[in-house]
Design a protein around this ligand. Sequence first.
Ligand code: PHE
Ligand code: ZN
Length: 879
Amino acid sequence: MRSNQPQTIYLSDYKVPAYLVDHVDLRFELFEHGARVHSILTVRRNPQSDDVGAPLVLDGDRLVLESLALNGTPLDGDQYEDRGDQLVVADVPEQFQLSVVTWIEPQNNTRLEGLYKSSGMFCTQCEAEGFRCITFFPDRPDVMARFRTRIEADRSAYPVLLSNGNDIDRGDLPDGRHFVTWEDPFPKPCYLFALVAGDLVEKRDSFRTRSGRDIDLRMYVEPRNADKCAHALDSLKRAMRWDEEVYGREYDLDIFMIVAVDDFNMGAMENKGLNIFNSSCVLASQDTATDAAYQRIEAIVAHEYFHNWSGNRVTCRDWFQLSLKEGFTVFRDSQFSADMGSATVKRIEDVTLLRTAQFAEDAGPMAHPVRPSSYIEISNFYTLTIYEKGAEVVRMLHNLLGPELFRKGSDLYFERHDGQAVTTDDFVRAMEDASGRDLSQFRLWYEQAGTPVLTVRDEFDADRGVYRLTVEQTLPDTPGQTDKKPHHIPFALGLLDRRGQPLPLRLADDDTEAPTERMLELTERAHTFEFHGLAECPVPSLLRNFSAPVRLNYPWTREQLLFLMSHDPDGFNRWDAGQRLAVDVIQSLVGAPRDTQVEPRLVTAYRHLICDASLDQALVAKMLQLPSEAYLIELADEADVPAIHQARERVLKHLAISLRDELVACYRRNAQDSAYDLSPLAIARRSLRNTALAWLLAINDEEGRALAVRQFRDADNMTDRIGALRALVNSDYEDDRNQALASFYQRYQDDPQVVEQWFSVQAASDRAGQLPQIRALLTHPAFDWKNPNKVRAVVGAFAGQNLAAFHQVDGSGYDFLAEQVCRLDDSNPQIAARLVTPLTRWRKFAPAYRERMRAALERIRDKPSLSRDVYEVVHKSLA
Ligand code: PHE
Ligand code: ZN
């Protein structure tokens, strides 16, 4: 807690560390009433630093210093200064050993950074700046040391003691205690340190690397979760193989460990050799995990594993470079998921998240570049911009260079920087050096915030057979950035004739072997491209596969969108045409008179999607999802949420009524497979039958109701069970809703991950999740303020997904959120700051709403002793 204004940290102030730490020797004495941490640092002056007489400055947070010694001699109080958040030793030699003993209280740590307890086990979270909550240390990623860690604890309560690297020693101690010593041969920044102590079961597997080394894979979970490890371990093996094949990266230690913990601020953490996961991102069984959960687990296991190279072997120089590891690793895990399932579906999911949430971030008060230049609290910068837009930036490099040169570039990057802490600029330089391409303009993607807008115009010169396409780019202002320069943008396109055939793209008259798809490059504010030799005016298919993270404006007619929906050879653009059409239809109904017609051609198009079983069912399942309210809000200039909600509901109900029989037939055609599997087709079939159910229940269809009740009862997997539950919860059948909710809870009350889903189905529903019901959920026995997943499942789902209930014109939804943010601010500021997000978008909404959102932000601002985390978000939002 602070009393005065927190400080801003600037990239331009970066200085190399004055001291380096070569080795860290740690000894943890773990007790129920606290933990004593003995640390011996082997330190030397950094030859690279010109700060010659500098004192040694170590970071610390909430530590009780018990003793301090230099080269074995205890230091007196006048030889050092304990400033609370820093320990300063003024006179130190060129090289020395510093011994520090600190006392901490993991059992009282509700912030979940540093060392803390989660359902009886000890665990750590050190990224970004949690290591300083364990002991005094230069807590910055460019200080890389070899760690040896000895853990001592009660043997019966904590039989499993884990840390990074290899276990080199173990044994018994007096009083029923024992110890294990771990040694990690790879130098690493302290944010990759980890420790776990608990009563856990171990699941073992193994992987043989391409060079023939056998790696021990070990997964540690609480005994009740022993049967939920197989999917994560299988995913891990697939990821290990894939990284060898696609990036030539082999695993480097003899052991790779995964631990599941229930209380975790984020999804998972890539600690060297000891990845720690939020239980909800790693545990799965057919009876408890949805298809989406299975896919998320595969992606996150792969993501954390991929960090071993993109993050750990090559790490970040400072936290401004966070996207160096996160953007690249998200790109890698998305390529992996595309290879494991349907590539088109994966791309649709990524772009949906980007366009809905990252574009909103980029257009709001927290907008920042992929490589920010300042921050107050680094935890606030684990954002969609750093992760998702960062991944898009790497994808654009892949688009511009092509797969071979990109691989050459990544090989060079890993080889050149192995064992180093580097910058995004080093990454781009490796790509540049390997490809021979000049990427100086491309670097602007790391520096300029905001989403570029591409406006496309075209004309056809029938006499010359020339089609002329003009692409203009503009970049909106963002906080602290105006008058931006044009970006270097890969722009993939194709042209179709009236029968839907792809046309050769001749950029000159004599272009004989013209391809039917091109990756054009935009570098100026405006470009005009001429395509020659065309007999008729083509229909353009633009920004194929979403080749760049931009907003694209082109005045397609509804007729053209319908045409692209069924003819575009690019699966992504087929989906996108459908989305654009649905957006256009819904937008035209926002605030329109009750009797305004719903576009009949939309019904025809959806009928075709539902009935034609020869279409790619995975793509169809995605195409049937109407654009979300959140996306419609993002697209609006001044969002009137109730009007948007009503317009979308109208379209959905109109489609359901018009296609009622087709939906029942679709349900039956896709009902129950023989055996449960996770192939794209099986997932698509489950998605289709659950969409059919949801739509039928939206119009109170009695047959749909019977199907839902039966599916809820008979389902052999969680996707179907919760699909039926959700359909019932969102219906007008109040008795069925309440019965289903009660029986679901009854069945799964001992499984926290399923209870979280049960909470969020209600909190996200405009039927079951109005404010009084949300308040009731907060007093439910299974709700726990100390568990971030529960908070996200109720408060997060309400404010982030239940938009019509959250945006009440009297401001009650906003006041509720402000109240919960203030209550969490003292116990877990990281989670509190994340919960504020919906309010930060206040400028986006119609005036009556906007003012009340701002008032709620002001109420948070005025809370005494606001954390740095919430302070930054609230003050930047109000600025
Ligand atoms: N670095 C983690 C990842 O893989 C995310 C994380 C950040 C986890 C901070 C915990 C704390 O993306
Ligand atoms: Zn990551």
